[in-house]
Design a protein around this ligand. Structure first.
Ligand code: NAD
Length: 256
């Protein structure tokens, strides 16, 4: 059980981050939710999770494209035993046409934010004598696809940062690992299915198998619950000697 631990999950008002936050709360951790918005529903989400799991759940707004905001998020949380760097965005374009501002935003949010939050959180973990850092990379942290230069570069960078932080904390009760999901069925991905069905003139099952999961041998999406469960495992005592590595949750994508 993770009771008494505080977990900060970046980018956690939807999708994978929310799934991870739910599983950490179910395992007994107090949770800090985050995104760049400050809406009533963001705070309502925290209240609902507090109710459901009987742990403390807070929502803290921070736009992680800013270095200062990343560090302020950790400071405002006040404690950080478990840090999950999950916030991420995507843009798809050929490298010679890739908008510079999109490149800069993806590197800032998908890669640099993890550097800033880690730098701010490590002193707290050292003071507590225990810590877990889980970086949500991607199959694209290990392999590439065309037209995703910024995303692939950032996710490979996250894997490199993960290994380096693991070496710097190797003799302490702190681990740092990356989870590399394949295609995960989040609301964002679900919303693309009708358009893909129209574009390819295929039914839902065929578009999922032949278009969306073309590179995922299992022909099934990973779920946010599975990414959350993998995160909880990495926070467990069984995973105490797992550090500086990647765990693929990709239905066999990177075995191809
Ligand atoms: P999502 O869009 O549902 O979630 C992204 C989260 O990041 C949201 O909570 C969003 O509000 C937040 N975010 C975006 N910009 C931010 C900013 N500037 N500051 C703070 N928060 C910000 O997407 P998702 O599919 O849940 O993706 C979550 C992570 O998982 C990303 O890092 C993504 O690269 C990675 N991933 C997703 C898949 C997939 O198939 N869905 C596969 C592999 C890796």
């Amino acid at each position: 059980t993770l009771s008494g631990k505080t977990a900060i999950v970046t980018g956690s008002n939807s999708g994978i981050g929310l799934g991870i936050a739910q599983e950490l709360a179910r395992a007994g951790a107090d949770v800090v939710l985050n995104s760049f918005t400050d809406r009533d529903e963001d705070h309502a989400l925290a209240a609902d999770m507090t109710q459901e799991h009987g742990v403390s759940v807070r929502y803290i707004k921070a736009d992680l494209s800013s270095a200062d905001a990343c560090r302020a998020l950790i400071a405002e949380a006040g404690a950080c035993d478990i840090l999950v760097n999950n916030a991420g965005i995507q843009h798809v374009a050929p490298v010679d046409q890739f908008p510079v501002e999109k490149w800069d935003a993806i590197i800032a949010i998908n890669l640099s934010s993890a550097f800033h939050t880690t730098a701010a959180a490590l002193p707290m973990m050292r003071a507590a004598g225990w810590g877990r850092i889980v970086n949500i990379a991607s199959a694209h942290g290990l392999t590439a696809s065309p037209y995703k230069s910024a995303y692939v570069a950032a996710k490979h960078g996250v894997v490199g940062l993960t290994k380096t932080v693991a070496l710097e904390t190797a003799e302490e009760a702190i681990t740092c690992n990356a989870i590399c999901p394949g295609y995960v069925l989040t609301p964002l991905v679900e919303a693309q299915i009708p358009d893909q069905m129209k574009a390819h003139g295929m039914d839902r099952d065929r578009v999922i198998r032949e278009v969306m999961l073309a590179r995922q041998p299992s022909k099934q999406f990973a779920t946010v619950e599975q990414i959350g469960g993998t995160t909880v495992f990495l926070c467990s005592d069984a995973a105490a000697q797992i550090t500086g590595t990647t765990i693929s949750v990709d239905g066999g994508w990177t075995a191809l």
